[in-house]
Write a protein that binds this ligand. Structure first.
Ligand code: GLP
Length: 241
């Protein structure tokens, strides 16, 4: 496990974007596993900046996102589909036919999950998986207690996660209680993993993930078993390590 110390959020974003850029340059038709949440926004902004300068070409890149809320349609600004289009896809020359996000509107959750596993398989697996970290140590929407063997599945979000997500919704009642997420198994099968962590409120989750026992109670702790993982974290997030 490699831990890269960043000064602050901006520095973290630039360093993470550097790693993603290197992946795209080395393998222009790579498969990127992408994440939502506030942490990767700076990373996406930096990638867009380098794209605008002519340093990056997304035309052959495929992306597979980690998760999506259930019951929120793609045009809803709170959907992860909307987020990805807004923060990255509409700002670079990516072929949107090669961008994948779980279908939150599929009534048949089992079908939605198997279809998404099939997409990941058809892409040939993920070359570089970008991850944020939840306050309770979740990655994607894999909440504490989930079996590490899980593939794409429907999740009942925990109270802490629902609370953390409230800041994005005007009305508390509209915060989704369920989401689709790719499982730990698919994340661990990625060839490289890049985790971005910022802020003191994530320090305890990061400490538990990196220094604590490997346990489903802290989903991110499984990352200790991956053989090519880089964590880029700022000083505040690293304050307990
Ligand atoms: C959500 C997302 C995760 C993300 C986490 C942390 O739960 N499903 O993928 O890592 O939030 O978000 P933030 O970066 O906003 O703290």
């Amino acid at each position: 496990m490699k831990i890269i110390h960043a000064k602050d959020y901006t520095d973290m974003s630039r360093k993470a974007a550097n790693i993603i850029s290197a992946q795209i340059i080395m393998k222009p038709d790579c498969v990127l596993g992408l994440a939502t949440g506030s942490t990767p926004i700076g990373t996406y902004n930096q990638l867009v900046e380098w794209y605008n300068k002519g340093d990056l070409d997304f035309s052959q890149v495929t992306t597979v996102n980690l998760d999506e809320y259930r019951g929120i349609d793609r045009e809803n600004p709170q959907s992860y589909y909307y987020f990805m289009r807004d923060k990255l896809f509409s700002r670079v020359n990516i072929d949107t036919n090669r961008t994948f996000i779980p279908d939150g509107m599929d009534e048949d959750s089992e079908r939605a999950c198997r279809a998404y596993d099939e997409i990941i398989k058809r892409c040939g697996g993920i070359d570089l998986q970008l991850l944020g970290l939840g306050h309770n140590g979740h990655i994607g929407f894999n909440e504490p207690g989930t079996a590490f063997e899980a593939q794409t599945h429907l999740v009942n979000l925990t109270e802490t996660t629902i609370k953390a997500n409230q800041r994005f919704f005007k009305d508390d009642e509209n915060v989704p209680k369920q989401a689709y997420t790719i499982g730990i198994k698919s994340i661990m099968q990625a060839r490289k993993i890049l985790v971005v962590v910022s802020g003191e409120d994530k320090a305890e989750a990061l400490r538990a993930a990196v220094c604590g026992p490997i346990t489903p109670n802290v989903q991110a702790s499984v990352l200790q078993l991956h053989n090519d993982i880089t964590i880029v974290a700022d000083e505040a997030a690293l304050s307990r390590i």
